[in-house]
Design a protein around this ligand. Structure first.
Ligand SMILES: [Zn+2]
Length: 266
């Protein structure tokens, strides 16, 4: 038997148990036998199954999802009060059973972080919040790949991207390339943001000064970025990925390099 970790909110533990989830006494988490995922029991277990274990899922369980620079900081964290944001993020932690919705894992220091999932309509140029979910810190780093590169953590993120999707290094690197290409195009557009999910889901009204708060957060982040926001990210000497990985992963950086000339030294 292979134990699949499950995302079981405390409030739904009875339902999960009835569906086949078993409490792992020593390690203290809910799991099910992987063979159950191929039986009729799956439909009842599905709400608790992390994406990487879902047999019905089409497409990758996890992918880099870079935020275009005009939208940096334009999120619930910036526009809501601290109390409101705390309510939203804690709800996301609880809903995920404090395990990662992508891989079922937990972080070593804190179990999960709140990931604000935005959809981008590249034709209508709207940026729409679709939900907030719990992700382990490593999967969260995959989502925000650019920031992760700046922290020198891209090898861990690449390993996670390969592990969660069952991808080769080439496939993972191509997905990173594609994400940067998309980021580059999206960063040159003007976007309208839609945060109405939080009103529908949590009954929290969008504050009247939401745009002003989001714009202030955006300017602050861009101001703190080590290089111009149209040229981020940049490879640094702290990167430890082996050469093969570097040459694949950093193709988009070479492409972005045309913006920054001398700064870009690879
Ligand atoms: Zn994870």
């Amino acid at each position: 038997m292979t134990a699949v970790p499950l995302c079981v909110p405390f409030a739904r533990r009875v339902e999960a148990k009835a569906a086949g989830a078993v409490w792992q006494v020593q390690e203290r988490y809910w799991a099910c036998d992987s063979s159950l995922l191929r039986t009729d029991a799956y439909s009842r277990l599905k709400p608790f199954v992390p994406r990487m274990y879902r047999p019905d899922l089409e497409g990758p369980a996890l992918r880099p999802w870079l935020i275009p620079s005009p939208l940096w900081g334009k999120n619930l964290r910036a526009i809501l009060s601290t109390e409101e944001w705390d309510r939203v993020r804690r709800h996301a932690y609880e809903e995920s059973g404090r395990r990662c919705r992508a891989c079922g894992g937990r972080g070593p220091r804190w179990p999960v972080e709140a990931d604000e999932g935005f959809a981008y309509d590249d034709e209508g140029l709207t940026h729409t919040l679709m939900g907030v979910i719990g992700l382990c810190p490593t999967c969260h780093e995959v989502r925000h790949w650019g920031k992760t590169v700046m922290k020198g953590r891209e090898q861990a993120a690449l390993d996670q991207l390969m592990r969660v999707n069952g991808w080769s290094v080439e496939t993972a690197a191509a997905a990173v390339d594609e994400a940067f290409e998309r980021w580059s195009w999206r960063s040159e557009q003007t976007w309208t943001s839609d945060y109405s999910w939080v009103t529908r889901t949590h009954g929290i009204a969008i504050p009247a000064n939401a745009d002003a708060r989001a714009n202030a957060a955006n300017l602050q982040i861009i101001g703190e970025a080590p290089i111009s926001h149209t040229t981020w990210p940049i490879a640094t000497d702290e990167m430890t990925a082996h050469d093969h990985v570097r040459s694949s992963v950093f193709t988009p950086m070479r492409r972005l390099g045309k913006f920054i000339g001398g700064l870009f030294h690879r």
